[in-house]
Design a protein around this ligand. Sequence first.
Ligand SMILES: [Fe+2]
Ligand SMILES: [Fe+2]
Length: 297
Amino acid sequence: MTYQPGSEQQQHGPLEGLEQWEEFVKVRYPEEGAPVEAAAKLPEAFRDYRAEARPSVKEFYRLNHANQSLDFVLAKKREYLPLRKRRMSIWTAMEFLNTLVDDSDPDTDLSQIEHLLQTAEAIRRDGHPRWFILTGLIHDLGKILCLFGEPQWAVVGDTFPVGCAYSDRVVFPEYFASNPDAAVAEYQSPCGIYSETCGLEQVHLSWGHDEYLYQVVKHYLPEEALYMVRYHSFYAAHKEAAYGHLMSEHDREMFHWVRGFNPYDLYSKGEDRPDVPALTPFYRELIDEFFPAELAW
Ligand SMILES: [Fe+2]
Ligand SMILES: [Fe+2]
């Protein structure tokens, strides 16, 4: 799909918008201490997230788990990681992402730029360092994969390792039965094609916006920020402690930062619309402090 400035781009997939996946994750992992609805008052282990998920979300996970095979991930890495799609600044990428049109209500729902600013502003309010604020601002820019024509299930969704056994701590694990890798014996041992404690750098996760953006920004941000970008959707690991056997000691230390970032990602999206023109000078200066005028995407 070629991008026409100002054109409306529809998303391919069952979700009305990418936010539907994030709303589901928020139900699955409610904020500690937050007021919960009656249905959510049961201990977390007894809550049936399947019953709470909308049909569109279930269909989204069915497609994601059925299609994210090792071969698919390797093919997407070959396609995207030479980073030859376009050259643009971080700010232009934000404006580009903003052209993504959801089926949800544009009058009440926040735009993509407003979402990014909300995350960054929540981090800024808590007095975190400038690189952390910047990470909040950019962490979802990989979602421009949608604008390159990728289906929703290849852009968002909780990520998981491919080429080794699936953990039942990944949501809707039953849908993995229709993944072609489920029939490959070599991939179904706990380590599969990897070795114990090899480190996540060696491990291929399901393809999506985390890995893509990590590859775009990896030369410009501190390592803590890069872990946040690369693994923020790896809920089975950072929320459920699955796949520890593939992680190195260093991964374990760095995941402290991934967990520290997660509340800003999930729970900073309030009703207040950020004042985009008023915030623009601060964020343009912050972007220029870390990034060159153009990056390869
Ligand atoms: Fe994300
Ligand atoms: Fe996010």
